[in-house]
Ligand binder design. Structure first.
Ligand SMILES: [Zn+2]
Length: 481
């Protein structure tokens, strides 16, 4: 299969540039995953939906994608929320247990959200706590190069030691406070300082042994260590929301390139924010939504998927219920057209009264669709190409029915575009991967002993007409019920 080239906006160069794979056999993609201490809100989900669209676009364009998404399961907020009920004298083992109970629970919830939204699971889904030795090694490598120093049992990155520090966020090096250091994982652009790689254990926190004493990793080192371990020393695309550009991604570059001594990532790709009815989402404003909040109100996850993906990923998206209604209307049009094309049609067909044959129109639509997607994932234009085709062919079909062969070609195009948008599937087609994603989410819920969650996944599948069968050997089978 010939591969279509795809161009993406690169935050590093501020230009739309073609993605030229480092290794010809695949595109390597790292996406910063969730911090699993709570339900993801629709702003988080927008980022994961954009990354799914990105990945599916490459796949449908003929590329193989090796995708790694981490699960952050040790971090400031996780510790804050998991340790509260433990007495001061609790053992380190008990503290780790409490942390794991919280993160297992929300990992299962997260995987279920992904499955509901038809977001493909990553090839690698590493949990940070499984990569502590790699993180320690990376910090040691930085220290050996003079890029890290120890202070009171914590280790900090010396940003003055790396000439390219600030290249991604386009920081002014004059304003940096070399020598000053912060312990927090998240901080503002106006306090560019040495950042923490390894944190000395504080009373009441879970810890690991390290060459610097008891402690735990900083958030930024987690992604560098897992990305290097699973995708190698030079990757094609690294992605996250715009809020991760600084400090998280800037610090990832400092850690990885500081230790490697060469370029680590070719393309940095960032998705924009989401507003709700024109305002920043916040719990105090009452406009804070998780996927469950919306499905409880009867919103179909695929309508949310379409509403988000029909906007360009680099534009701020104003989420609204009006927008959801419009998305629902658009989806109904595409699905109704698909049904019409699945109808029998007339063998042979009638003479064409228009200048263009349907096959020619179809080819024009396909070219327009791919030209838009290849140009930095321009989804509004790509969808416009589909709607133009629908209008044209519905009009043609009204006065001179399409042949069976023509309908087959149109359906193939709908399948091709649905491989990216995943919102107008052929009945029963491509369901297998989706069911597997749900089964994975249920397995995670059961591992976390979260029975309510496991039942919820079973109900989600029932809605798709799938019945699960738990086998004696512990595996799960399924059939269409
Ligand atoms: Zn990350």
């Amino acid at each position: 299969m010939t591969k279509r080239p795809i161009s993406l906006f690169n935050t590093l160069t501020r230009r739309v540039e073609p993605v030229v794979p480092v290794a010809p056999e695949h595109i390597s993609l790292y996406t910063c995953g969730p911090t699993v201490y709570n339900y993801a809100h629709i702003g988080n989900l927008r980022t994961f939906l954009f990354q799914d669209l990105l990945k599916r676009t490459f796949q449908t364009a003929g590329h193989r994608v090796r995708h790694c998404m981490n699960i952050t399961d040790v971090e400031d907020k996780i510790i804050r929320d998991s340790q509260g009920t433990l007495p001061p004298e609790a053992t380190n083992e008990a503290r780790h247990g409490a942390m794991k109970a919280l993160t297992d629970r929300f990992t299962a919830v997260f995987l279920e959200d992904l499955a509901s939204l038809r977001i493909q699971p990553a090839d690698f889904l590493p949990r940070a706590t499984d990569y502590i030795p790699q993180m320690i090694q990376l910090v040691q490598a930085l220290a050996a190069k003079g890029l890290a120093y120890v202070r009171d049992g914590s280790v900090y990155y010396r940003i003055a030691g790396l000439p390219q520090y600030g290249c991604l966020a386009h920081l002014d090096r004059e304003g940096m406070q070399a020598g000053a250091s912060v312990d927090a994982d998240e901080y503002e652009r106006d306090s560019v300082t040495d950042f923490v790689l390894w944190k000395a254990a504080k009373p009441g926190e879970p810890w690991w042994d390290s060459p610097w004493g008891a402690g735990r990793p900083g958030w930024h080192i987690e992604c560098s260590a897992m990305g290097l371990e699973l995708l190698g020393e030079h990757m094609d695309i690294h992605s996250g929301g715009v809020d991760l550009i600084f400090p998280h991604h800037e610090n990832e570059i400092a850690q990885s390139e500081g230790s490697l001594g060469h370029r680590w990532v070719n393309h940095w790709v960032h998705g924009e924010f989401l507003l709700v009815e024109g305002q920043k989402m916040s719990k105090s404003l009452g406009n804070f939504y998780t996927l469950r909040d919306l499905t409880d109100q009867g919103v179909d996850p695929l309508t949310l998927r379409y509403a988000i993906q029909s906007n360009h990923y680099r534009k701020v998206l104003n989420f609204s219920f009006e927008g959801l209604r419009a998305a629902d209307h658009s989806l109904k049009r595409i699905r109704a057209f698909r049904k019409r094309m699945e109808g029998a049609g007339v063998a042979g067909g009638g003479p064409w009264k228009e200048a263009l044959e349907p096959a020619v129109r179809l080819e024009q639509a396909r070219e327009a669709f791919w030209a838009a997607m290849a140009d930095d994932l321009n989804t509004p234009e790509a969808l416009a190409a589909i709607f133009t085709l629908i209008t044209d062919l519905n009009g043609q079909d009204d006065h001179s029915a399409l042949t069976r062969e023509e309908r087959t070609l149109v359906l193939a195009f709908l399948d091709e575009t649905d491989a990216i948008f995943a919102a107008w599937p052929h009945e029963a087609a491509s369901l297998d991967a989706e069911v597997e994603a749900f089964i994975e989410a249920r397995r995670a819920a059961k591992a976390a002993k979260n029975w309510a969650e496991a039942d919820r996944v079973r109900d989600d599948l029932k809605a798709l007409g799938i019945v699960l069968e738990d086998r004696k050997d512990g595996s799960t089978g399924w059939r269409r019920g």
